[in-house]
Design a protein around this ligand. Structure first.
Ligand code: NAP
Length: 307
């Protein structure tokens, strides 16, 4: 008999998901007009948008909400997932803050309910405190019981913390980032733990924040941190291999995540309309077997800065 608690809500949500979720953390941060990008996200072929209370200090949700209002409501073919965040002034993430964070999200988006709300980056808390009666996770569970949200998720980076949260069996979904890419496979155990529980699995940041798509915006960083020389050399070898096979490394990066059956949706950060328009081509690009053979021959990547 299985010792884990399967999440029927996780399974139900996963069944509705399309392979790509548009990541909106860059929305509101760039020079390009955010209103136009938000409009383009709502008009795009992609069904799911991932935002958070704290992306661009709330601007990501505000821009999405304004775009929703311009269209007279959320288009029937779109869903928005958001996350509760600590108070930006005090850093507190308790049960009251969970309620306030969600109320802010609802007001900005102009939506009463969401299909999924994540507990976001709770690095300031011990898992036992977060899970205690009257604690922040109990407030999330209450929102789900009240029908304000369809499902609840845990969304963060640090592997050991994520595994601990998943083992609580309290969540329906998990979102982890930068740890299942061409150069980092460290989310393997996390994906297995989530799969055993039939949770919905989101793999975010398949480009490691941009570097695996050839972006130079963040400089020589992987997972938002300085990459080692060894890792940069490994990425150079990947780029050379992609060049030999006449493909874009970005296409291989996104398809690496799409190919894993444990992952229900891959969350790709979209910083501009041009990036959004290039995504279908990356998803559908033909990647020759020879590229993947060469990729496997490169062996285990050097350690990434993502712990
Ligand atoms: N804790 C969490 O819950 C958490 C953490 C991380 C991410 N996420 C979610 O996952 C999403 C994705 O993460 P991410 O945006 O940090 O990383 P990512 O998806 O690995 O990389 C996105 C960046 O790659 C670059 N890019 C995109 N398409 C490209 C293309 N065709 N060619 C070249 N460069 C391209 C863009 O940067 P430039 O335009 O600057 O070049 C873009 O901002 C986020 O938006 C967010 O929704 C959640």
């Amino acid at each position: 008999m299985s010792s884990v608690v399967p999440s029927t809500r996780g399974e139900t949500l996963a069944a509705t998901l399309e392979p790509i979720t548009v990541g909106t953390s860059p929305l509101g941060k760039r020079a390009e007009r955010g209103d136009l990008l938000a409009d383009a996200m709502l008009a795009s072929p992609y069904r799911q948008l991932d935002t958070s209370n704290n992306y661009a200090e709330g601007e990501s949700e505000r821009l999405l909400g304004a775009a929703i209002r311009r269209r007279g409501g959320l288009p029937a073919d779109k869903v928005i997932f958001s996350k509760v965040d600590a108070d930006p002034v005090t850093g507190v993430l308790d049960a009251d803050r969970v309620r306030r964070s969600f109320d802010e999200t609802r007001e900005r988006l102009g939506l009463d309910t969401l299909p999924l709300l994540h507990f976001h980056d709770p690095y300031m808390l011990e898992v036992t405190d977060a899970m205690a009666p009257g604690g922040p996770v109990s407030a999330l569970i209450a929102l789900r019981d009240e029908g304000a949200v369809g499902a609840i998720g845990i969304a963060a980076g640090k592997r050991s913390l994520m595994e601990e949260y998943v083992r609580t069996d309290a969540f329906d979904a998990v979102l982890n980032h930068n740890r299942w890419t061409l150069v980092d496979r460290s989310a393997d155990t996390l994906w297995n733990l989530a799969t055993e529980r039939r949770m919905t699995v989101f793999n975010a940041a398949p480009f490691g924040g941009g570097i695996l798509a050839g972006s130079t915006t963040r400089g020589p960083k992987y997972a938002y941190s300085e990459a080692s020389r060894d890792l940069l050399q490994f990425i150079d070898r990947l780029e050379a291999l992609a060049g030999e096979w006449g493909i874009e490394l970005a296409a291989a990066a996104v398809q690496f995540s799409l190919a894993d059956p444990r992952i229900h949706s891959t969350v790709v950060g979209m910083s501009s309309i041009a990036r959004l328009e290039s995504l279908p081509g990356l998803v559908s690009a033909e990647i020759p077997d020879g590229f993947w053979e060469g990729f496997r021959a490169l062996g285990t990547p050097p350690a990434s800065p993502a712990a």
